[in-house]
Structures are given as C-alpha cells and as structure tokens.
Design a protein around this ligand. Sequence first.
Ligand code: ZN
Length: 309
Amino acid sequence: MVINYSRDFDVKCQLDTCKTYPVITDSERGEIFCGGCGLVLVQNMADTSYESNGYTQEEYMRLTRTGPATSLTMHDKGLSTVIGTNKDSAGNSLPNKTKYEFNRLRTWDQRSKSRKTSALSKAFTLLHGMKTKLGIPDNVVENAAYIYRKTVNAKLTRGRTMGSLVSAALYAACRENNIPRTLDDIACAGNVERRILSRDLRTIIKKLGLNLNQYDTASFISKISNNMNLREKTKRDAFDILKKCEDKGITAGKHPVAQAAASLYIACILNGEKISQKKFSNESGVSDVTIRNRAVLIKKTLKIVDKEN
Ligand SMILES: [Zn+2]
C-alpha cells in the first residue's frame, strides 16, 4: 500500500530480500521507493528544497511559496489550523449568521484534536524548556522530538512518566550528535530521578534499536575546562595527556567524563593551577575517588612526576 508522506515513521520495504537495500528518495517526483525492487513506498512528499530567497525583504516575500519549515518539535509540526477573527478580507465585520458558523467551526476544530495531540504538545513544551536550560542546538532537539515520537508510537509511554521519556530521548539525541551532556545534567534539567532516567533510556535503546556511539572524551575536556575557566594552555595539555593515554590503550571502556576530568586535573597540576579534585568532581559529576584513581593510573602509565607526590 502506498502511503502519503509523513515524517513520523521510518519506511522500509517489507520483502526479506530487500532488507539490505536502502530506500531511495526521489524529490523530483516526491516519492520514496525501495532500492531493491523499486516498489514505491511513499508518495506525495512535501517539497523540502530551499525557498528561492531574494536579496531584499520585498523580493523574499514575493518569491516565497510557503511559511516556515515544518518542525517535529511542535505537536502539529507547525501546520496548525487558524480560524481567524470575525472580519472579512476587506476588514468589515461578518454578518451575524456567518459569525455563528465560524464559532461553530472553531469549537469543532478544538474538539477534533485528539488526546495524543495534547499529550505531545505538553511533552514538547517540556523539551523546549530543557533545551533552553542546557543550551542544546536546534537540530539535536529536533532529533530528540523524533525519538520521542517513536517512543509514543511504540507505546512505550505506559507506566513511564512523560518527563523521564522526554529526558531519555534528549539524552539519546545528544549522544547521537556528540553534544556532551551527562545523564546528571539532563536528569537535573528535566527534574527526574537519575535512576528512573537511566532505566527508561535503556528501554528506549532496546525497543527502538538505537545505536548510540560512545561520547568523544575530548568534547568533555572542552566543556569542563570552559565551565571552570581554565587556561588555554592547561586545556591543550589535557588534550595531549588524553592522546597519550589513548595511544597507551588505557582509555578503552572507561567512563569518558572521568577520563576527561582526570586529564584536566593532571594538566592543572603541571601548569601550577591549584584546583582541588573536589571541584572537578562537582563540575563533572564524577566522584572524586574515581578521578583520583584515574589520575593515579594516568600518572603511572605516562610516568608523570609532579612535585606534590
Ligand atoms: Zn523491496
């Protein structure tokens, strides 16, 4: 069956022999079809190509064909129905009978919105709040909204709170896009318990078959050092230490945030910046014992001798 275009779902050919073939998008015809057998899976796609943008405001308004781009972070993707005021196009009031008809239309428009829609709109309000608190880019939020929509479609909402599911979707999106945010950051911004968040995250990863890559430790070094206002030289040295650790093979399977914090801690000592392990622990959310153990291992492996020890 050919379905009309919707960004809600991943489409895939159902034939076993086509599993390995990608789907091909033909934006000219507005179709998505199977790369194996050529079956048309989706038709009447929205045209997502650029608007022809003129050089002046006037020109832009003249050439433009549509409104703003659709966004998954709005419950109706920004395509809401607006039934305007009681004025006609010339600005005169409508006759009473027509006014009444429009009021009825508005009422039915309201009532026809399903409960799912209102739940989505609440979830995305929360997502926007978290986006602001954590300073997360738009494309990642869009990705989070996509993951959240998939969890709703997979009926994973039962028995879980909306807050923790939204948080889990956001964390997964951050991991996919390598935006360094820890589970604690997100649990705090979403006002959910860390334990619940990591439980729901595991469920999402398993049920949706997400494939999240490990965080890049270097991005955490930048994040922590920026937050603590460390010197550029210290940061560079921390990158150096990390690089050497990777060469020695002692970073594999280790917590990236702890590794970043320990590298920075050692770089601080080497550069004479006096900052306690406790402070690093507060900033990175990793316990000071972990940082200490990590730092000892790094020093031993790289044969770094400092004055304190
Ligand atoms: Zn096929």
